[in-house]
Design a protein around this ligand. Structure first.
Ligand code: GRF
Length: 191
């Protein structure tokens, strides 16, 4: 049976598209059941063009984080998803939300965690003088970018690199890393 995946986004959705493109391959037993955004997002249009079910559950429409998360969980669960990929979803999730999808809730982050949690990772790499950089996929907990790191891809930092060049090269690696996780889950699902 294919695994069923919900992808949560807040913006452009390029990682979502990399996952959806990968899931469309004939030999990948995975199906994207829902792309959900917490605000109007370019990635929602991309998902619609690919024929994937979408929904926008705007945080501003709810009186509390608890109510918003309840609506998000309902949409995910009604889609039939058994795994959830955060792909640029810009909200910290509560412990209750993380426990609801325990072991089946993943995030991608543009740094070699535990280095450089949070925003502006490429600038932090340059400021720190790091020689290597990259991206990580990890289990999600309520602490930001803090769960168990599962896989990483690395790049060398070159003397001429800027935030922009690092962002572009790391993003290329992200687009390989998240599908690789999907492949692992699709072929060894324990959720
Ligand atoms: C990616 O760099 C991801 O690692 C981070 O947010 C960015 C989202 O980009 N969490 P996109 O929306 O997938 O293009």
């Amino acid at each position: 049976m294919p695994i069923s995946v919900a992808i949560l986004i807040s913006g452009r959705g390029s990682n979502m598209k990399a996952l959806a493109d990968y899931a469309e391959k004939d030999d990948v037993p995975a199906k994207i059941t829902l792309v959900l955004a917490d605000k109007p997002a370019d990635g929602i249009n991309t998902a619609k063009e690919m024929g994937i079910p979408t929904t926008v559950i705007a945080a501003d429409d709810y009186g509390s984080k608890t109510d918003h998360e309840a609506a998000v969980m309902k949409a995910i669960d009604e889609s039939g998803a058994n795994v959830v990929f955060l792909a640029g979803y810009m909200r910290l999730l509560s412990g209750d939300f993380c426990r609801h999808y325990q072991g089946c809730l993943f995030n991608i982050h543009p740094s070699l965690l535990p280095l450089h949690k949070g925003l502006d990772t490429h600038a932090k790499v340059i400021a720190a003088g790091d020689k290597t950089h990259g991206c990580s996929v990890h289990l999600v907990t309520e602490a930001m970018d803090d769960g168990t790191v599962l896989y990483q891809r690395k790049i060398d930092v070159l003397a001429a690199d800027t935030e922009k060049t690092l962002a572009a090269r790391v993003l290329e690696e992200e687009h390989l890393l998240y599908p690789a996780l999907l492949n692992r889950l699709a072929t060894k699902l324990t959720c």
